[in-house]
Design a protein around this ligand. Structure first.
Ligand code: ARG
Length: 470
């Protein structure tokens, strides 16, 4: 008889080994196993098993003694895993089989009865939802921390002036508080999207079994209430095969990363010698091994860079799902690593930003100087002329000529004499200088959504209330 050493384990060792005569190829066993990564779901797998056992007991499908044995066995397994004492083996494929096999080792027959009326297909779908729900709550907390930091920064810098840009060319003066609250608004939408995703995710697949449901008189509403799900999934085929919730989460995650990446880009520009608008604390930066003068904005750069992998994961999961027929397919095992990496990346980036933001130091004189270059109050002069009776198009033309003189003589509009300005339009009077100042310009935009310090303070109050209501 020849011994094939490629054949690792005896088919009789597998929970599904009954119909097999040949053992699994060792490479195939390792290739198809998910335990190296899905062990991360152990807590939620045990949580699901606990609820399933309780439900089986309530429905009279397991004896009270069996339920007790299962519950205490699961508790021991949970602490064994936590203590690092579980031996992980690719021959046991995944977390579901590890928990079940360890349970049977400990408590015997009762352990084998736990799988009544369920399948790994509804089990894994349940585990990921439970896990992701918990992660979403943690991420929402980090998002809130970052939003609070932005609001408090906006409150402190409500009247600090910097140039606002369009096309990265100086456009009009704005307030730093207003700029920070723009970031707050983006993150507020992200927060709402996260909550919305959580709502759709919170539906229980358990009870769908392999794909068609089960012949046992199970009580799915009871299991759902034990696990904190809003209700059991209404269609078993959909329940085991749906990964929309994961894709939806990845799309929310992608939007968050896109926002953080844009934000990073601004911080990188703003800390450059050419802008020099803000200072990042040293502990969020690193130096260069060759250029002694360097202080690099590594944290924002890395966050900008990490956006790429999250966008990639979104595309990976969309592609994973697009060709799958109903119901469960092994392809679905590939949903976990992108999801895990996205959650880890998001936690890291949000934490870095939330920790850094309260310590950003704006440089008001530098920003002010920049706002005085580039004729940022040109629109204010045009609006002034309109108030004096000129049609806007003519006013635009007049200001354009004044800017032309400014470019030629390298002076801002506010640095011109009254006589010079009057040479462009006789309606200009001494009161023009009030509108040409940066303070006058921002204070004049005093309506809902405008950049005036007064509006920023009102929006700060509104934002504080939103955060306090969470
Ligand atoms: N490890 C599997 C996964 O992640 C669990 C479900 C396995 N189901 C099956 N029929 N092979 O999707």
């Amino acid at each position: 008889m020849t011994q094939n050493t490629d054949h690792s384990s005896n088919p009789a060792d597998k929970p599904w080994g009954g119909r097999f005569t040949e053992s699994t190829d060792a490479f195939v066993e390792a290739f198809t196993a998910s335990i190296p990564f899905d062990k991360r779901l152990y807590k939620h797998d045990i949580q699901g098993s606990r609820a399933h056992a309780q439900m089986l007991g309530k429905a009279g499908l397991l004896s009270p003694q069996d339920v007790d044995a299962i519950l205490s066995g699961l508790a021991v397994i949970e602490s064994e895993i936590e203590a690092g004492h579980m031996e992980w083996k690719v021959s046991l494929e995944d977390i579901h089989m590890h928990v079940e096999s360890r349970l049977t080792d400990r408590i015997g027959m009762a352990g084998k009865r736990l799988h009544t009326g369920r399948s790994r297909n509804d089990q894994v779908a349940t585990d990921i939802r439970l896990w992701l729900r918990e992660q979403i709550d943690g991420l929402a907390h980090e998002l809130t921390r970052l939003q609070s930091a932005l609001v408090e920064l906006a409150a402190r810098e409500a009247a600090t002036i910097l140039p606002g840009f369009t096309h990265l060319q100086v456009a009009q003066p704005i307030t730093f508080g207003h700029h920070m609250l723009a970031w707050f608004e983006m993150l507020q939408r992200d927060y709402e999207r996260l909550q919305d995703c959580r709502k759709r995710l919170n539906v229980m697949p358990l009870g769908a079994a392999a794909l068609a449901g089960t012949t046992y008189p199970i009580d799915r509403n009871y299991t759902a209430s034990l696990l904190g799900f809003d209700y059991p999934a209404r269609n078993s085929l959909d329940a085991v095969s749906d990964r929309d919730f994961a894709i939806e989460f990845l799309s929310v995650a992608s939007l968050i990363m896109m926002h953080l990446s844009r934000f990073s880009e601004e911080l990188i520009l703003w800390t450059s010698a050419q802008f020099d608008f803000v200072r990042l604390p040293d502990r969020f930066c690193t130096g260069s091994s060759i250029m002694p003068q360097k202080k690099n904005p590594d944290v924002p750069e890395l966050v900008r860079g990490k956006s790429g992998r999250v966008f990639g994961h979104l595309i990976a999961l969309l592609t994973l799902m697009k060709g799958q027929t109903l119901a469960y397919n092994k392809d679905n095992q590939e949903d976990k690593e992108p999801l895990f990496d996205t959650v880890d990346t998001l936690f890291g980036c949000l934490r870095a930003f939330a920790d850094m933001m309260p310590h950003i130091q704006p440089k008001p004189e530098k920003m002010r100087r920049a706002a005085l270059q580039g004729f940022s109050t040109a629109t204010d002069l045009a609006d002034y002329l309109v108030r004096k009776g000129l049609p806007f198009r003519d006013a635009h033309e007049v200001v354009g000529k004044a800017v032309g003189l400014g470019v030629k003589t390298e002076r801002d509009l506010s640095a011109m004499t009254l006589a010079e300005l009057q040479s462009f339009s006789p309606v200009i009077e001494e009161d023009v200088f009030a509108v040409l100042t940066l303070e006058g310009s921002v204070a004049a935009r005093d309506h809902l959504g405008g950049t005036a310090p007064n509006q920023v303070r009102q929006q700060v109050e509104f934002a504080r209330q939103l955060l306090a209501a969470r």
